[in-house]
Design a protein around this ligand. Structure first.
Ligand code: HPA
Length: 273
C-alpha cells in the first residue's frame, strides 16, 4: 500500500500548491464548510490514482484545498463507509495520503444519533472516546512500520489538548456543546432499540456509522484528532418516530451554521499553536 499512497501523493502534489497541516472530514449534510474556502483547488476522488470512489447520497467525493481565514486547509468532502462495501483499508486510505501530505491534525465531523437523554437533535458533541462495534478495524493484517507501530496506543483517540481548545472557542462564540462517547456500528440499518439499550449501559452517548476507522488510522499514523458529532436525531427507542435519512441530512444542515463557525475558529487556533 505504501507505493500506492505515494502515487496518490505524487498526483496531488502536481495539482495543488497548497500545503495544509490541518484537514477536516465533512460528515453528511455538513459540506457547507466548503463555502468558507478561498482560492479553492478541488480534486475529485476519481481523478486520484488508487483512491476509492464515493457512492452515498449527500456525499460529493472530493478533496478541497484552500485557505480558511488565511489558514491552508484540506477538506475531505464525502467519506467512505463500511456499509458501502469498502474494506477498512479503503475507508481509511485518504488518511494515509493526508499523513504523507503533511497533515498533523484532523477534525472529524459526522451526523449521528443521540443516546444521552440530555441531547436533542442539533446538539453538537465533542467526541471524547469511541467504542468500536464494527467487528473489524483498519489495522488488521500485516503491519508496515513505515506507517506506524504494530500495537498503537489508543488511550487518547481524541486529543484532550484539542478538545480543551475547542471548548474554549465554543464558549467565546457562545456555541453550546456537549461531550461524550461515540459508538460506531457498521450499519447501514439504524440500530435496533435493544442495541441502543446495550450500548447506553456501556457508556455510549451517541451512535453512528463512521468516524471510528478514520480515528484509529489517524492515531496509528501519529495525527492528532478532534471529533465533533452532530446529533441529528435521537437513537432508536429513545426517539418515537422512525428514522429518515432526509431528516438526518436536514438537521445536520441546520446545525452546520454553528458547526462551521466553530470549526473555522478552531482551524485558526490550531494554526497558531
Ligand atoms: N444511528 C446511526 N447512524 C446515524 C444515526 C443513528 O441514529 N443518525 C445519523 N446517523
Amino acid at each position: 500500500m505504501y507505493d500506492q499512497v505515494m502515487e496518490s501523493l505524487g498526483y496531488i502534489r502536481k495539482k495543488v500548491t497548497c500545503e495544509p497541516k490541518i484537514a477536516v472530514i465533512l460528515g453528511s449534510g455538513l459540506g457547507s464548510l466548503v463555502d468558507a474556502v478561498e482560492q479553492a483547488q478541488e480534486i475529485s476522488y476519481e481523478e486520484i490514482p488508487n483512491f476509492p470512489l464515493s457512492t452515498v447520497k449527500g456525499h460529493a467525493g472530493k478533496l478541497v484545498f484552500g485557505k480558511i481565514n488565511g489558514v491552508e486547509t484540506l477538506l475531505m468532502q464525502g467519506r467512505f463507509h463500511y456499509y458501502e462495501g469498502y474494506t477498512m483499508k479503503e475507508i481509511t486510505y485518504p488518511i494515509y495520503v493526508m499523513k504523507q501530505l503533511g497533515i498533523e491534525k484532523i477534525i472529524v465531523t459526522n451526523a449521528c444519533g443521540g443516546i444521552n437523554q440530555s441531547f436533542e437533535p442539533g446538539t453538537l458533541m465533542l467526541i471524547r472516546d469511541f467504542i468500536n462495534l464494527f467487528g473489524n478495524n483498519p489495522l488488521i493484517g500485516m503491519n508496515d512500520e513505515r506507517f506506524g507501530p504494530r500495537f498503537p496506543d489508543m488511550s487518547e483517540p481524541y486529543k484532550i489538548e484539542l478538545i480543551d481548545k475547542a471548548k474554549k472557542i465554543a464558549d467565546e462564540l457562545s456555541i453550546k456543546y456537549a461531550e461524550g462517547v461515540y459508538a460506531g456500528f457498521m450499519g447501514p440499518y439504524y440500530e435496533t432499540a435493544a442495541e441502543i439499550v446495550m450500548i447506553q449501559r456501556h457508556g455510549a452517548d451517541a451512535v453512528g456509522m463512521s468516524t471510528v476507522p478514520e480515528t484509529i488510522v489517524a492515531n496509528y499514523l501519529g495525527i492528532d484528532v478532534l471529533g465533533i458529532a452532530c446529533i441529528t436525531n435521537m437513537a432508536t427507542g429513545i426517539q418515537k418516530v422512525k428514522h429518515s435519512h432526509e431528516r438526518v441530512v436536514e438537521t445536520a444542515q441546520k446545525a452546520s451554521t454553528d458547526l462551521c463557525k466553530w470549526v473555522v475558529s478552531i482551524i485558526e487556533e490550531f494554526s497558531i499553536s
